[in-house]
Write a protein that binds this ligand. Structure first.
Ligand SMILES: Cc1ncc(COP(=O)(O)O)c(C=O)c1O
Length: 399
């Protein structure tokens, strides 16, 4: 009998896309749908990025390129990360990938054999679980509920690392919670990490430029430079520059890891296309006014969402300080009904909200936290306000 590989049986389609697809279908049927579901920045890069891509097209060599990424792009990336405090890296520490997701997939292949353990906090970005499962890794979840502001504590990290996972995966600012760790919080976690030298540390920090309230971006290597030998920093053009479809991701890591990612690239993707490379270079090195303006706008959106949710009795809404997500605990609705339909869990709530009010959110269970839902707030302000009004109305109608 013809059979697919066992790993395919472990692969699941993205839970986020399931909601997005339903919202799209309802929209196509003529329903007035407001989507808070997909994590897209909802803006386009500056004109200079398109100009660079057009120029590259005119001068296209049509040839294969570097498996690591072009020297010019890596240099622009190095300057870019220096601006947020990730200093002392060279081209040999870096590699590009097809988006941060492609980089992460490569990294997990590079670091994890089947059966090896990877630890990460819950709520988590969905692909962490999906990729780990495809690769047959053991997943060690570290629950961080709303009551602890969805943040990992040093004691939790200590207990988790004592079990000797091969990899600890950390995400700051967080998708789905929008939480950002302060300098002191990072330092306290870094103090724990130095005591467990056999665990690799991946910091998926692709939202590092999307930080509000002046808290700044902090990484373990800034707190404890000796961790540079084990910390693997991921970045991407997707969110910061409004370029999710361009598929540009980066890693800065110990040389041995970067070299292994380059080897994976040579077998998976070969290189980033010249046009994409030129666009990425222009985004990183060119004017930063589009992302800067968007950051101001998103902070305002964050304020609107949090204010609206805090006004709903029973909803618990920890204050996010980055990315573009809010992750309220909505478990106060469980056991109630809307229009006669029982809200037993987060999936019921998201379905009822979409059916009754045309607002699409992602159930928290997709991120390992079934008491919550995720709101992605990058849509225009008028849509945002209308969607929030409908959510308030929905909760007021619960019986
Ligand atoms: C935390 C996190 N990491 C990685 C990615 C993947 O980004 P990219 O578009 O660069 O593949 C996402 C995208 O949603 C994300 O939220």
């Amino acid at each position: 009998m013809l059979k697919l590989a066992a790993r395919v049986g472990r692969a699941k389609p993205s839970a986020i896309m399931v909601v997005a697809e339903k919202a799209k279908r309802l929209k196509a049927e003529g329903r007035d749908i407001i989507s808070f579901s997909i994590g897209v920045p909802n803006f386009l890069p500056g004109a200079h990025v398109y100009e660079a891509a057009r120029k590259a097209l005119e001068h296209d060599s049509g040839q294969y390129g570097s498996n690591r990424g072009s020297d010019a792009l890596l240099d622009a990336f190095l300057k870019h990360i220096e601006q947020v405090g990730m200093t002392g890296y060279t081209r040999r520490n870096c590699a590009v990938g097809i988006g941060a997701k492609g980089v992460l997939y490569n990294l997990m292949e590079v670091l994890l054999d089947e059966g090896d353990a990877i630890a990460f906090p819950t709520p988590y970005w969905t692909s962490y679980v999906d990729i780990a499962e495809i690769l047959g890794a053991q997943i060690q979840l570290l629950p961080c509920p709303a009551t602890q502001h969805y943040k990992l504590t040093p004691a939790q990290l200590d207990a988790a690392l004592a079990q000797k996972p091969k990899v600890f995966l950390f995400n700051n600012p967080s998708n789905p919670t929008g939480m950002v760790y302060s300098r002191d919080e990072i330092a306290a976690l870094a103090d724990v990490l130095v005591r467990y030298p056999d665990t690799w540390i991946i910091t998926d920090d692709i939202y590092n430029r999307m930080v509000f309230d002046g808290v700044g971006y902090h990484n373990f290597v800034m707190a404890r430079p000796e961790l540079r030998e084990r910390v693997i920093f991921m970045d991407s053009c997707s969110k910061t520059y409004g370029m999710p479809g361009w598929r540009i991701g980066f890693v800065a890591a110990p040389e041995v890891v970067a070299n292994a990612v380059v080897t994976m690239n040579s077998n998976h993707i070969t290189n980033l296309p010249e046009i994409t490379t030129a666009a990425a270079l222009a985004a990183l090195a060119g004017p930063q006014d589009v992302p800067a303006q968007k950051n101001i706008e998103f902070q305002d959106h964050r304020d609107r969402v949090v204010a609206a949710l805090k006004a709903i009795p029973g909803v618990v809404c920890p204050q996010p300080q980055g990315a573009f997500y809010v992750f309220p605990d909505i478990s106060c609705a469980f056991g109630k009904t809307h229009d006669g339909k029982l809200i037993g869990n987060d999936v019921d709530l998201c379905n009822a909200l979409l059916d009754a009010k045309g607002v699409a959110c992602v159930p928290g269970v997709a991120f390992g936290e079934p008491r919550a839902l995720r709101i992605s707030y990058t849509c225009p302000a008028n849509q945002l306000d209308e969607g929030l009004r409908r959510i308030r109305e929905f909760f007021a109608e619960l019986k």
